[in-house]
Design a protein around this ligand. Structure first.
Ligand SMILES: Cc1cc2nc3c(=O)[nH]c(=O)nc-3n(C[C@H](O)[C@H](O)[C@H](O)COP(=O)(O)OP(=O)(O)OC[C@H]3O[C@@H](n4cnc5c(N)ncnc54)[C@H](O)[C@@H]3O)c2cc1C
Length: 436
């Protein structure tokens, strides 16, 4: 074991967990290499599900993967801890002391040696230094934050329901800053929650008492996606009584309100920040590796960092160029998935002294899911390169298949089929909304 080539992957998210699973199955199982995963959490939930966890339309427990159990099954080692630094000359990563919930040290600082290192630590929301955002906004970067959001949302509904019962003013204003896919989908999920909760006993509150606003600085929602998609999404949000405010940058977030650039103040009891992302700050100064303004590690087409061919990066934390385009590969789950596939081939090649495989991003299109109401999107034709607009059930099938592909990469076809069946049974047996 000691002499085996050691591949360390930091971050078991959409990309990293798929990568260690295939490496473990192929190399770990046959003792051709030692594979380790380091993650700051004990469990994995696919990040694009977090807004559904936040609104309660998905029970995270049923979709959580325990890293230790998964590692045992797929022949890799799991180390719990947060990477804080790197020593490239010693070829070791530094793991910060592990603290419990009361901030007591459980495990002191550690170092892990690697032969090949893959950094896949994802991203967090970028509030662009907006005054009051950190103190007064909720974020959806992690399962913990999504669960906290869910509790706060239930409490806000409970409070307003009580006020309505007492015939007091009881309007609830929820604002989502940022109308990218996350903000738009979250708005639809929250509208669904506001309609479902009265069914489960909070019947003094009407859905119309809950005002949901999506606020976007650009002149249309989903600014990174085609105009037709943006128009369809605006129609859909308006149909569900979501206020869509575009061309309105937020200049300050206060407790209970938002201040717009033109000085207007909007009431907002719950404010969610969903505008923009940045990579974790520790990457900005990581032993001489090149990083860009949003802390992403700059990588070559091979996903090797520009300063060190033994250190790779993938997913949201990597700034990966696209040949023939001014834009880097976008921070999306489908990009992380494709990069994990390419890197798997590269790392297998590496053990045999062969060249790395260059990464080419294949944009399959974008899908926006409006909770249980509908889905809209565009699919890219592989040969023609042109996009095709889809909506409704067909779009929903493609949307759901993104998550199923992730599950297939982690569990294989058979187990994914069983999980799908269990999901169906669970949906039939449990309330449509998570109520605790
Ligand atoms: C609410 C929401 C909805 C989204 N919806 C979509 C969608 O519909 N379609 C789509 O394509 N994309 C979507 N995205 C974006 C998508 O989730 C990301 O692009 C994708 O998860 C990136 O994958 P990743 O592997 O780079 O990082 P992640 O999946 O974020 O995983 C990063 C992992 O690194 C770990 N980690 C972080 N820091 C450290 C550290 N210092 N040490 C050790 N471990 C660390 C984290 O615990 C985590 O497990 C959505 C994102 C959000 C927040």
């Amino acid at each position: 074991m000691e002499n085996l080539h050691h591949i360390v992957v930091v971050g078991g998210g959409a990309g990293g967990l798929e990568l260690v699973t295939s490496l473990g199955n192929k190399l770990g199982k046959k003792h051709k290499a030692r594979i380790s995963l380091v993650d700051s959490g004990l469990t994995h939930v696919w990040k694009p599900l977090l807004h559904e966890v936040a609104s309660g339309s998905l029970d995270a427990n049923a979709n959580e993967i325990n890293y230790r159990a998964h590692a045992r099954k797929h022949h890799y080692e799991f180390q719990l801890g947060r990477m804080s630094d790197l020593n490239r000359s010693a070829k070791e990563i530094v793991i910060a002391p592990f603290l419990d919930e009361e901030d007591q040290e459980v495990v002191p600082e550690r170092r892990i040696k690697y032969d090949t290192l893959v950094i896949a630590v994802g991203s967090t929301a970028n509030d662009f230094g907006t005054p009051g955002a950190q103190e007064n906004c909720l974020f959806l970067d992690s399962l913990r934050q999504a669960r906290r959001f869910h509790k706060l949302m239930l409490n806000a509904f409970l409070r307003k329901n009580h006020e309505a019962h007492q015939s007091q003013p009881h309007a609830l204003n929820i604002s989502i800053i940022g109308a990218g896919a996350t903000g738009v989908e979250l708005a639809a999920e929250l509208r669904l929650a506001s309609r479902e909760l009265p069914v489960y006993g909070m019947n003094h509150l009407q859905s119309s008492d809950v005002s949901i606003s999506v606020i976007e600085a650009a002149d249309r929602i989903l600014p990174a996606l085609p105009g037709r998609l943006s128009a369809a999404a605006t129609r859909e949000l308006e149909r569900h009584k979501v206020n869509v405010l575009t061309g309105q940058p937020v200049s300050e977030v206060r407790q209970g309100s938002l201040v717009m650039k033109d000085g207007t103040e909007l009431p907002s009891e719950m404010t969610i920040w969903a505008a923009g992302i940045k990579a974790p700050p520790f990457l900005a100064n990581l032993d001489g590796l090149e990083a860009n303004r949003t802390n992403q590690l700059v990588v070559e087409q091979t996903l090797q960092t520009t300063q060190d061919p033994d250190v790779f990066a993938l997913g949201d934390c990597a700034a990966c160029p696209q040949p023939g385009s001014d834009h880097n590969v976008p921070p999306r789950a489908q990009a992380a998935h494709q990069q994990a596939d390419t890197l798997f081939k590269t790392l297998c090649n590496r053990l045999e002294g062969k060249d790395p495989v260059p990464f080419v991003y294949n944009d399959h299109g974008s899908l926006i899911n409006f909770s249980r109401y509908t889905t809209v999107g565009n699919l890219m034709g592989n040969l023609s390169g042109r996009s095709m607009y889809i909506e409704g059930k067909v779009a929903r099938v493609f949307y759901v298949s993104l998550y199923r592909m992730h599950q297939v990469a982690l569990h294989g076809f058979l187990r994914t089929g069983v999980i799908w069946l269990m999901d169906k049974i669970s949906r039939a047996m449990h309330p449509r909304l998570k109520l605790h």
